[in-house]
Ligand binder design. Sequence first.
Ligand code: GLA
Length: 438
Amino acid sequence: MKQKSRHPQLAWVLVLRFLTLVFWDVLGVRALDNGLAKTPTMGWLHWERFMCNVNCQEEPDSCISEKLFMQMADLMDSDGWKDVGYEYLCIDDCWMAPERDSDGRLQADPTRFPGGIARLAKYVHSKGLKLGIYADVGNKTCAGFPGSFGYYDIDAQTFADWGVDLLKFDGCYCDSLEHLADGYKRMSLALNRTGRSIVYSCEWPLYTWHFHKPNYTEIRQYCNHWRNFADVNDSWQSVKSILDWTSSNQEGIVDVAGPGGWNDPDMLVIGNFGLSWDQQITQMAFWAIMAAPLLMSNDLRTISTQAKALLQDKDVIAINQDPLGKQGYKLRKEDNIEVWERPLSNLAWAVAMVNLQEIGGPRFHSIFVASLGKGVACNPACLITQLLPTKKKLGFYSWTSTLKTQINPTGTVLLRLESAGHVTLHQKTSFKRCTTLS
Ligand code: GLA
Protein backbone atom coordinates (compact mmCIF):
# COMPACT_ATOMS: atom_id res chain seq x y z
CA MET A 1 0.00 0.00 0.00
CA LYS A 2 2.77 2.38 0.97
CA GLN A 3 4.40 1.89 -2.39
CA LYS A 4 1.21 2.72 -4.24
CA SER A 5 0.74 6.04 -2.54
CA ARG A 6 4.34 6.98 -3.23
CA HIS A 7 4.04 6.04 -6.93
CA PRO A 8 0.53 6.91 -8.14
CA GLN A 9 1.76 6.72 -11.73
CA LEU A 10 3.00 3.16 -11.17
CA ALA A 11 -0.35 2.19 -9.64
CA TRP A 12 -2.15 3.34 -12.80
CA VAL A 13 0.29 1.48 -14.99
CA LEU A 14 -0.32 -1.69 -13.01
CA VAL A 15 -4.10 -1.30 -13.21
CA LEU A 16 -3.94 -0.69 -16.95
CA ARG A 17 -1.70 -3.68 -17.46
CA PHE A 18 -4.00 -5.88 -15.43
CA LEU A 19 -7.00 -4.80 -17.52
CA THR A 20 -5.09 -5.43 -20.74
CA LEU A 21 -4.31 -8.97 -19.64
CA VAL A 22 -7.93 -9.61 -18.66
CA PHE A 23 -9.08 -8.42 -22.09
CA TRP A 24 -6.49 -10.56 -23.83
CA ASP A 25 -7.80 -13.58 -21.99
CA VAL A 26 -11.47 -12.81 -22.58
CA LEU A 27 -10.98 -12.11 -26.27
CA GLY A 28 -8.36 -14.83 -26.69
CA VAL A 29 -9.06 -17.65 -29.08
CA ARG A 30 -10.47 -20.78 -27.51
CA ALA A 31 -7.99 -23.65 -27.37
CA LEU A 32 -8.47 -27.35 -27.94
CA ASP A 33 -10.32 -28.45 -24.85
CA ASN A 34 -8.22 -31.45 -23.83
CA GLY A 35 -6.43 -29.82 -20.89
CA LEU A 36 -3.00 -30.50 -22.41
CA ALA A 37 -0.03 -28.35 -23.48
CA LYS A 38 -0.81 -25.58 -21.02
CA THR A 39 2.81 -24.64 -21.63
CA PRO A 40 4.72 -25.57 -24.81
CA THR A 41 5.46 -29.29 -25.11
CA MET A 42 9.03 -30.30 -24.27
CA GLY A 43 10.75 -33.46 -25.41
CA TRP A 44 12.69 -35.20 -28.14
CA LEU A 45 11.68 -36.03 -31.72
CA HIS A 46 13.73 -38.26 -33.99
CA TRP A 47 13.23 -36.70 -37.43
CA GLU A 48 15.88 -34.04 -38.04
CA ARG A 49 18.74 -36.12 -36.64
CA PHE A 50 17.75 -39.69 -37.58
CA MET A 51 15.33 -39.18 -40.49
CA CYS A 52 14.08 -42.35 -42.20
CA ASN A 53 16.99 -44.65 -41.57
CA VAL A 54 15.51 -48.14 -41.69
CA ASN A 55 18.78 -49.95 -42.28
CA CYS A 56 19.30 -51.64 -38.94
CA GLN A 57 21.55 -54.28 -40.48
CA GLU A 58 24.29 -51.85 -41.36
CA GLU A 59 23.50 -48.97 -39.01
CA PRO A 60 22.07 -50.54 -35.87
CA ASP A 61 22.81 -47.49 -33.72
CA SER A 62 21.08 -44.90 -35.83
CA CYS A 63 18.19 -46.71 -37.48
CA ILE A 64 14.59 -46.07 -36.43
CA SER A 65 14.08 -48.90 -33.96
CA GLU A 66 12.84 -49.54 -30.46
CA LYS A 67 16.48 -49.73 -29.34
CA LEU A 68 17.05 -46.11 -30.34
CA PHE A 69 14.02 -44.93 -28.36
CA MET A 70 14.84 -47.04 -25.34
CA GLN A 71 18.35 -45.61 -25.26
CA MET A 72 17.00 -42.07 -25.54
CA ALA A 73 14.46 -42.81 -22.78
CA ASP A 74 17.26 -44.04 -20.51
CA LEU A 75 19.25 -40.86 -21.11
CA MET A 76 16.30 -38.50 -20.77
CA ASP A 77 15.79 -40.05 -17.38
CA SER A 78 19.42 -40.31 -16.22
CA ASP A 79 21.01 -37.18 -17.71
CA GLY A 80 18.81 -34.47 -16.28
CA TRP A 81 16.58 -33.94 -19.33
CA LYS A 82 13.41 -35.07 -17.62
CA ASP A 83 14.23 -33.00 -14.54
CA VAL A 84 14.23 -29.75 -16.52
CA GLY A 85 11.01 -30.59 -18.35
CA TYR A 86 11.83 -32.64 -21.49
CA GLU A 87 9.08 -35.20 -21.10
CA TYR A 88 7.78 -36.41 -24.47
CA LEU A 89 9.93 -38.92 -26.35
CA CYS A 90 8.54 -38.80 -29.88
CA ILE A 91 8.74 -41.18 -32.81
CA ASP A 92 8.47 -39.53 -36.24
CA ASP A 93 7.91 -41.11 -39.66
CA CYS A 94 9.14 -44.60 -40.68
CA TRP A 95 8.16 -46.61 -37.62
CA MET A 96 5.41 -48.50 -39.42
CA ALA A 97 5.26 -51.78 -41.26
CA PRO A 98 4.44 -51.21 -44.93
CA GLU A 99 0.92 -52.65 -44.53
CA ARG A 100 -1.88 -52.48 -41.96
CA ASP A 101 -2.75 -55.74 -40.16
CA SER A 102 -5.72 -57.91 -41.10
CA ASP A 103 -7.99 -55.81 -38.84
CA GLY A 104 -6.95 -52.61 -40.58
CA ARG A 105 -4.79 -51.48 -37.69
CA LEU A 106 -1.44 -49.80 -38.13
CA GLN A 107 1.46 -51.93 -36.96
CA ALA A 108 5.06 -51.20 -36.15
CA ASP A 109 7.76 -52.70 -38.35
CA PRO A 110 8.22 -56.12 -36.68
CA THR A 111 11.97 -56.36 -37.11
CA ARG A 112 12.79 -52.85 -35.94
CA PHE A 113 10.15 -52.78 -33.16
CA PRO A 114 9.92 -56.45 -32.12
CA GLY A 115 8.05 -55.59 -28.90
CA GLY A 116 5.58 -53.32 -30.71
CA ILE A 117 4.65 -49.81 -29.66
CA ALA A 118 2.67 -50.92 -26.59
CA ARG A 119 5.78 -52.44 -24.99
CA LEU A 120 7.86 -49.41 -25.91
CA ALA A 121 5.22 -47.12 -24.36
CA LYS A 122 5.38 -49.16 -21.15
CA TYR A 123 9.14 -48.83 -21.08
CA VAL A 124 9.00 -45.08 -21.70
CA HIS A 125 6.36 -44.67 -18.99
CA SER A 126 8.46 -46.67 -16.55
CA LYS A 127 11.09 -43.95 -16.94
CA GLY A 128 8.55 -41.28 -16.00
CA LEU A 129 8.32 -40.09 -19.61
CA LYS A 130 5.60 -39.94 -22.26
CA LEU A 131 5.59 -41.43 -25.75
CA GLY A 132 4.77 -39.59 -28.98
CA ILE A 133 4.00 -41.17 -32.34
CA TYR A 134 3.55 -40.04 -35.95
CA ALA A 135 0.86 -40.56 -38.57
CA ASP A 136 -0.54 -38.73 -41.58
CA VAL A 137 -3.93 -37.27 -42.47
CA GLY A 138 -3.65 -38.39 -46.12
CA ASN A 139 -3.24 -41.65 -47.99
CA LYS A 140 0.44 -42.11 -47.10
CA THR A 141 2.94 -40.61 -44.69
CA CYS A 142 5.51 -38.28 -46.25
CA ALA A 143 7.96 -41.20 -46.40
CA GLY A 144 5.36 -43.47 -48.03
CA PHE A 145 4.05 -45.58 -45.12
CA PRO A 146 0.30 -46.17 -44.62
CA GLY A 147 -1.73 -42.98 -44.16
CA SER A 148 -4.70 -42.53 -41.85
CA PHE A 149 -7.24 -41.32 -44.45
CA GLY A 150 -10.38 -43.33 -43.87
CA TYR A 151 -8.96 -44.80 -40.64
CA TYR A 152 -9.07 -41.87 -38.22
CA ASP A 153 -11.14 -43.60 -35.54
CA ILE A 154 -9.35 -46.90 -35.69
CA ASP A 155 -5.92 -45.22 -35.61
CA ALA A 156 -6.82 -42.93 -32.70
CA GLN A 157 -8.07 -45.96 -30.77
CA THR A 158 -4.96 -47.97 -31.67
CA PHE A 159 -2.69 -45.22 -30.36
CA ALA A 160 -4.76 -44.93 -27.16
CA ASP A 161 -4.70 -48.72 -26.67
CA TRP A 162 -0.93 -48.71 -27.02
CA GLY A 163 -0.58 -45.99 -24.38
CA VAL A 164 0.59 -43.23 -26.72
CA ASP A 165 0.62 -39.69 -25.25
CA LEU A 166 1.20 -37.46 -28.29
CA LEU A 167 0.36 -37.67 -31.98
CA LYS A 168 2.26 -35.73 -34.63
CA PHE A 169 -0.15 -35.70 -37.55
CA ASP A 170 1.46 -34.86 -40.90
CA GLY A 171 -0.31 -33.63 -44.05
CA CYS A 172 1.29 -35.42 -47.01
CA TYR A 173 -0.68 -37.20 -49.74
CA CYS A 174 -3.95 -35.45 -49.04
CA ASP A 175 -5.92 -34.94 -52.24
CA SER A 176 -7.85 -31.76 -51.38
CA LEU A 177 -7.95 -28.86 -48.96
CA GLU A 178 -11.37 -30.07 -47.80
CA HIS A 179 -9.99 -33.51 -46.94
CA LEU A 180 -7.05 -31.88 -45.19
CA ALA A 181 -9.22 -29.72 -42.92
CA ASP A 182 -11.79 -32.42 -42.41
CA GLY A 183 -9.11 -35.01 -41.58
CA TYR A 184 -7.35 -32.84 -39.03
CA LYS A 185 -10.67 -32.14 -37.30
CA ARG A 186 -11.81 -35.74 -37.40
CA MET A 187 -8.58 -37.01 -35.90
CA SER A 188 -8.80 -34.42 -33.11
CA LEU A 189 -12.30 -35.55 -32.23
CA ALA A 190 -11.34 -39.22 -32.56
CA LEU A 191 -8.44 -38.74 -30.13
CA ASN A 192 -10.77 -37.04 -27.66
CA ARG A 193 -13.27 -39.86 -27.91
CA THR A 194 -10.65 -42.39 -26.83
CA GLY A 195 -10.65 -40.74 -23.41
CA ARG A 196 -6.85 -40.88 -23.27
CA SER A 197 -4.87 -37.64 -22.88
CA ILE A 198 -3.05 -37.33 -26.19
CA VAL A 199 -1.32 -34.12 -27.22
CA TYR A 200 -2.30 -33.34 -30.81
CA SER A 201 0.51 -31.86 -32.91
CA CYS A 202 -0.67 -30.71 -36.36
CA GLU A 203 0.88 -29.59 -39.64
CA TRP A 204 -2.46 -28.33 -40.92
CA PRO A 205 -1.48 -24.67 -41.50
CA LEU A 206 1.78 -25.59 -43.24
CA TYR A 207 -0.11 -27.53 -45.91
CA THR A 208 -2.89 -24.93 -46.08
CA TRP A 209 -0.48 -22.04 -46.72
CA HIS A 210 0.26 -23.52 -50.18
CA PHE A 211 -3.27 -22.42 -51.15
CA HIS A 212 -4.49 -19.72 -48.79
CA LYS A 213 -4.06 -18.17 -45.36
CA PRO A 214 -5.07 -20.70 -42.70
CA ASN A 215 -7.90 -20.06 -40.30
CA TYR A 216 -5.92 -20.07 -37.08
CA THR A 217 -8.96 -19.61 -34.87
CA GLU A 218 -10.27 -22.91 -36.12
CA ILE A 219 -6.88 -24.65 -36.00
CA ARG A 220 -6.43 -23.68 -32.36
CA GLN A 221 -9.75 -25.28 -31.50
CA TYR A 222 -8.51 -28.63 -32.77
CA CYS A 223 -4.73 -28.75 -32.26
CA ASN A 224 -2.32 -28.32 -29.34
CA HIS A 225 0.41 -27.08 -31.65
CA TRP A 226 0.77 -26.57 -35.33
CA ARG A 227 3.62 -26.30 -37.81
CA ASN A 228 3.43 -23.24 -40.07
CA PHE A 229 6.58 -23.36 -42.10
CA ALA A 230 9.09 -25.64 -43.83
CA ASP A 231 11.04 -28.37 -42.00
CA VAL A 232 13.99 -27.22 -39.95
CA ASN A 233 17.37 -28.57 -40.95
CA ASP A 234 20.77 -28.41 -39.36
CA SER A 235 21.84 -25.02 -40.73
CA TRP A 236 21.87 -21.34 -39.88
CA GLN A 237 20.08 -20.64 -43.16
CA SER A 238 17.19 -22.80 -41.97
CA VAL A 239 16.97 -21.27 -38.47
CA LYS A 240 17.17 -17.78 -39.98
CA SER A 241 14.41 -18.53 -42.49
CA ILE A 242 12.13 -19.72 -39.67
CA LEU A 243 12.73 -16.49 -37.74
CA ASP A 244 12.12 -14.45 -40.90
CA TRP A 245 8.90 -16.27 -41.67
CA THR A 246 7.68 -15.90 -38.10
CA SER A 247 8.33 -12.17 -37.87
CA SER A 248 6.87 -11.52 -41.34
CA ASN A 249 3.68 -13.26 -40.29
CA GLN A 250 3.54 -12.23 -36.66
CA GLU A 251 0.37 -10.15 -37.01
CA GLY A 252 -1.53 -13.28 -37.95
CA ILE A 253 0.00 -15.86 -35.62
CA VAL A 254 1.29 -14.38 -32.35
CA ASP A 255 -2.05 -13.64 -30.70
CA VAL A 256 -3.41 -17.08 -31.55
CA ALA A 257 -0.84 -18.79 -29.34
CA GLY A 258 -1.55 -19.38 -25.68
CA PRO A 259 -2.04 -22.11 -23.10
CA GLY A 260 -3.31 -25.20 -24.91
CA GLY A 261 -2.25 -24.12 -28.42
CA TRP A 262 1.13 -23.04 -29.82
CA ASN A 263 2.83 -22.12 -33.06
CA ASP A 264 5.47 -24.75 -33.77
CA PRO A 265 8.61 -23.52 -35.56
CA ASP A 266 9.90 -27.13 -35.60
CA MET A 267 12.67 -28.98 -33.79
CA LEU A 268 15.68 -27.68 -31.88
CA VAL A 269 18.80 -28.81 -33.75
CA ILE A 270 21.18 -27.76 -30.99
CA GLY A 271 23.88 -30.36 -30.36
CA ASN A 272 24.25 -31.45 -33.98
CA PHE A 273 26.67 -30.35 -36.72
CA GLY A 274 25.43 -27.35 -38.62
CA LEU A 275 25.09 -24.47 -36.15
CA SER A 276 27.97 -22.55 -34.62
CA TRP A 277 27.87 -22.01 -30.87
CA ASP A 278 26.41 -18.53 -31.28
CA GLN A 279 23.77 -19.86 -33.67
CA GLN A 280 22.79 -22.55 -31.17
CA ILE A 281 22.36 -19.82 -28.56
CA THR A 282 20.20 -17.93 -31.05
CA GLN A 283 17.97 -20.92 -31.64
CA MET A 284 17.50 -21.57 -27.92
CA ALA A 285 16.81 -17.90 -27.14
CA PHE A 286 14.30 -17.43 -29.94
CA TRP A 287 12.45 -20.71 -29.35
CA ALA A 288 11.97 -19.36 -25.81
CA ILE A 289 10.76 -15.97 -27.08
CA MET A 290 8.40 -17.67 -29.58
CA ALA A 291 6.82 -19.89 -26.88
CA ALA A 292 7.71 -22.78 -29.16
CA PRO A 293 7.47 -26.46 -28.35
CA LEU A 294 10.99 -27.50 -27.34
CA LEU A 295 11.43 -30.75 -29.22
CA MET A 296 15.11 -31.55 -29.54
CA SER A 297 16.33 -33.65 -32.44
CA ASN A 298 19.87 -34.68 -31.58
CA ASP A 299 21.79 -37.63 -30.24
CA LEU A 300 21.62 -37.63 -26.45
CA ARG A 301 24.26 -40.40 -26.38
CA THR A 302 26.98 -38.17 -27.77
CA ILE A 303 25.82 -34.59 -27.18
CA SER A 304 28.50 -32.18 -25.95
CA THR A 305 28.47 -30.86 -22.41
CA GLN A 306 28.15 -27.34 -23.78
CA ALA A 307 25.07 -28.07 -25.92
CA LYS A 308 23.53 -30.02 -23.06
CA ALA A 309 23.99 -27.09 -20.69
CA LEU A 310 22.35 -24.74 -23.19
CA LEU A 311 19.37 -27.04 -23.73
CA GLN A 312 19.04 -27.56 -19.98
CA ASP A 313 19.36 -23.87 -19.07
CA LYS A 314 16.61 -23.45 -16.49
CA ASP A 315 16.33 -19.68 -16.85
CA VAL A 316 15.79 -19.92 -20.59
CA ILE A 317 13.37 -22.82 -20.19
CA ALA A 318 11.46 -20.72 -17.64
CA ILE A 319 10.93 -18.07 -20.31
CA ASN A 320 9.74 -20.69 -22.79
CA GLN A 321 7.42 -22.22 -20.20
CA ASP A 322 6.18 -18.97 -18.70
CA PRO A 323 2.64 -19.57 -17.44
CA LEU A 324 1.25 -16.37 -18.96
CA GLY A 325 1.69 -18.14 -22.30
CA LYS A 326 2.05 -15.09 -24.54
CA GLN A 327 4.20 -15.56 -27.63
CA GLY A 328 6.87 -12.91 -28.28
CA TYR A 329 7.28 -10.83 -31.43
CA LYS A 330 9.81 -8.78 -33.34
CA LEU A 331 9.91 -5.24 -32.05
CA ARG A 332 12.28 -3.77 -34.62
CA LYS A 333 15.22 -4.30 -36.92
CA GLU A 334 17.92 -1.69 -36.99
CA ASP A 335 21.28 -1.90 -38.66
CA ASN A 336 21.02 -5.71 -38.99
CA ILE A 337 20.16 -6.21 -35.33
CA GLU A 338 16.70 -7.53 -34.55
CA VAL A 339 15.09 -6.94 -31.18
CA TRP A 340 12.30 -9.29 -30.10
CA GLU A 341 10.39 -9.23 -26.82
CA ARG A 342 7.94 -11.41 -24.95
CA PRO A 343 5.64 -10.50 -22.04
CA LEU A 344 6.00 -12.79 -19.03
CA SER A 345 4.06 -13.35 -15.85
CA ASN A 346 4.54 -10.97 -12.89
CA LEU A 347 5.02 -8.05 -15.27
CA ALA A 348 8.40 -9.33 -16.41
CA TRP A 349 9.62 -9.32 -20.03
CA ALA A 350 12.13 -11.30 -22.05
CA VAL A 351 14.13 -9.48 -24.71
CA ALA A 352 16.32 -11.09 -27.37
CA MET A 353 18.68 -9.21 -29.64
CA VAL A 354 20.24 -11.06 -32.56
CA ASN A 355 23.11 -9.73 -34.65
CA LEU A 356 22.35 -10.79 -38.22
CA GLN A 357 25.47 -9.25 -39.72
CA GLU A 358 27.69 -12.07 -40.95
CA ILE A 359 30.82 -10.03 -41.42
CA GLY A 360 33.02 -8.49 -38.75
CA GLY A 361 33.15 -9.22 -35.06
CA PRO A 362 30.94 -8.59 -32.04
CA ARG A 363 28.92 -5.39 -32.32
CA PHE A 364 27.71 -3.02 -29.65
CA HIS A 365 24.03 -2.21 -29.54
CA SER A 366 22.44 0.51 -27.43
CA ILE A 367 18.80 0.57 -26.60
CA PHE A 368 16.56 2.92 -24.59
CA VAL A 369 14.96 0.73 -21.98
CA ALA A 370 11.86 2.91 -22.26
CA SER A 371 11.32 1.42 -25.73
CA LEU A 372 11.02 -2.11 -24.35
CA GLY A 373 7.95 -3.95 -23.10
CA LYS A 374 5.35 -1.57 -24.57
CA GLY A 375 7.04 1.29 -22.77
CA VAL A 376 6.15 -0.04 -19.35
CA ALA A 377 8.64 -2.88 -18.69
CA CYS A 378 11.11 -0.45 -17.10
CA ASN A 379 8.71 2.18 -15.85
CA PRO A 380 9.80 3.48 -13.42
CA ALA A 381 12.69 1.00 -13.37
CA CYS A 382 13.56 -2.62 -13.92
CA LEU A 383 16.14 -5.18 -12.90
CA ILE A 384 17.87 -6.66 -15.94
CA THR A 385 19.57 -10.04 -16.01
CA GLN A 386 21.42 -11.31 -19.05
CA LEU A 387 20.67 -15.02 -19.50
CA LEU A 388 22.52 -15.76 -22.73
CA PRO A 389 25.24 -16.09 -23.95
CA THR A 390 26.22 -16.16 -20.25
CA LYS A 391 24.26 -15.37 -17.15
CA LYS A 392 25.05 -12.07 -15.42
CA LYS A 393 23.10 -9.51 -13.47
CA LEU A 394 23.22 -6.19 -15.26
CA GLY A 395 21.49 -4.32 -12.44
CA PHE A 396 18.76 -1.70 -12.20
CA TYR A 397 17.81 0.52 -15.09
CA SER A 398 15.61 3.56 -14.70
CA TRP A 399 13.11 4.44 -17.41
CA THR A 400 15.38 7.05 -18.95
CA SER A 401 18.50 4.90 -19.12
CA THR A 402 20.20 3.19 -22.03
CA LEU A 403 21.29 -0.42 -22.11
CA LYS A 404 24.42 -1.25 -24.05
CA THR A 405 25.16 -4.84 -25.07
CA GLN A 406 27.66 -6.61 -27.26
CA ILE A 407 26.40 -9.28 -29.68
CA ASN A 408 28.45 -11.78 -31.66
CA PRO A 409 27.75 -12.29 -35.37
CA THR A 410 24.68 -14.57 -35.70
CA GLY A 411 24.59 -14.68 -31.91
CA THR A 412 21.96 -13.46 -29.48
CA VAL A 413 21.83 -11.68 -26.16
CA LEU A 414 18.83 -12.83 -24.16
CA LEU A 415 17.67 -10.67 -21.26
CA ARG A 416 15.08 -10.94 -18.55
CA LEU A 417 13.55 -7.69 -17.28
CA GLU A 418 11.86 -7.75 -13.89
CA SER A 419 9.55 -4.92 -13.02
CA ALA A 420 10.96 -2.76 -10.21
CA GLY A 421 7.70 -3.29 -8.35
CA HIS A 422 8.64 -6.94 -7.94
CA VAL A 423 12.09 -6.70 -6.42
CA THR A 424 13.09 -6.89 -2.80
CA LEU A 425 13.99 -3.99 -0.58
CA HIS A 426 17.57 -5.23 -0.38
CA GLN A 427 17.92 -5.14 -4.16
CA LYS A 428 16.40 -1.67 -4.26
CA THR A 429 19.15 -0.21 -2.10
CA SER A 430 21.57 -0.67 -4.99
CA PHE A 431 19.24 1.08 -7.41
CA LYS A 432 20.99 4.45 -7.66
CA ARG A 433 24.47 3.03 -7.83
CA CYS A 434 23.60 0.69 -10.69
CA THR A 435 21.68 3.19 -12.79
CA THR A 436 24.69 5.47 -12.90
CA LEU A 437 26.55 2.67 -14.65
CA SER A 438 24.05 2.48 -17.48
C1 GLA B 1 7.33 -33.88 -43.16
C2 GLA B 1 7.33 -33.19 -41.81
C3 GLA B 1 8.62 -33.50 -41.08
C4 GLA B 1 8.76 -35.01 -40.92
C5 GLA B 1 8.70 -35.68 -42.27
C6 GLA B 1 8.65 -37.18 -42.15
O1 GLA B 1 8.30 -33.33 -44.01
O2 GLA B 1 7.15 -31.80 -41.96
O3 GLA B 1 8.63 -32.87 -39.82
O4 GLA B 1 7.77 -35.47 -40.07
O5 GLA B 1 7.55 -35.26 -43.00
O6 GLA B 1 8.50 -37.82 -43.36
